[in-house]
Design a protein around this ligand. Sequence first.
Ligand SMILES: *Cc1c(COP(=O)(O)O)cnc(C)c1O
Length: 418
Amino acid sequence: VPSRAEAEARDEVDPLRAVREEFVIEAAGPIYLDGNSLGRLPRKTVDELQTAVEEGWGKGLVRSWSRWVDLPATLGDLIGAEIVGAAAGQIVVADSTTINLYKAAAAALAARPDRSAVLTDAGNFPTDRYVLEGLCRERNRELRFLTPDPVDGVQAAEVEAATAGGDVALVLLSHVDYRSAALGDLAGITATAHRAGALVVWDLSHSAGAVPVDLDASGADLAVGCTYKYLNGGPGAPAFVYVRAEHQVSLSQPVWGWFGQRDQFDMGPRYDPVRGIGSWLSGTPPVLGLVAAAAGVAGVAAVGVGALRARSVALTDLIVELADDWLAPLGAAVASPRVGARRGGHVAIRHPEAWRVCQALIDRYDVIPDFRPPDVVRLGPSPMYTRFAEVWDALDRIREALASGAWMAYPEARRRVT
Ligand SMILES: *Cc1c(COP(=O)(O)O)cnc(C)c1O
């Protein structure tokens, strides 16, 4: 395995090494490997939020809405152009990923009234499963689960088998698995579902900003995703929703509100939505969240997802290499695909005491990963700001935490947030 000096040398020649300077990073702060859960704060965001608060809100007051009102669509177009491969007019940013999942899935179900089932992955992110569970109960459909290999994730052949009966209205999957980081075949699975007559909603929460995505070329019908993970939009930043242009007439989202209304300020008697993606807005969008999200997205766009992906694969390859050499003999195993091309931006390390190991890492070793039940320590080195030397140090400290048994001092009981 590479030495620490070799890891440092890689940082010195890295074409993206200066991007780290764009972020607020405490000099003596921890090694942060949770950028896939909450991205770091870009310096620019501090200024842009301050301006939005002091100038936009403080001085402009309600007059500022003439600018703010366009933010959901202009940021949506930027995400489409730079992050997820969508031509303009197909994405808006507002509401949470959960709410956008509800809207997308409900619209898809309404478009397939004669089909009785919805298909997802039993290992999909909880909110995705819960939204579908609620919708299926409300609309009297059967929720069907795939149980793919926990490391390799959902394969097109599994979707083909589960949709063969012709009764599936909707397939909803994550492009990158939040636990294992398995990277799904966006175009292949979409085509498979389409052959069976189903619509497809993709959750891009763990892809956006880390993995190149080409929504338009993939044939995807709808997609959603977070802006606070690899896009560094800040805690609770609003999410995006994509609706393929050709579906914008036939698909109708279920939360009708005045922000989707044609001539909104005419305050008309009945809902008469705008034609196009604007009808996917419901109520007043969170302006400060949008300002922060826009700053985060602009930062990622300026670097480019292609360059970030190359660096991300190199960072996670290093984790896999060091984990195999150092951690496997101590009872911790890589639980992510080993081939970089099949993996998203993080690496799952499985250990029977993962939760206690995580607590020890944060409390005693100044390394911030996160824990995903039942037994995964998740390491997410955001390619915008994580250095190779940090990855080397983090794995060295995990090795020490395991070898010393330091984790034994930490409780088995979980906290509210892990
Ligand atoms: C992070 C994440 C979410 C989060 O949804 P919120 O509504 O923002 O809480 C949803 N789906 C996936 C796949 C995620 O990774």
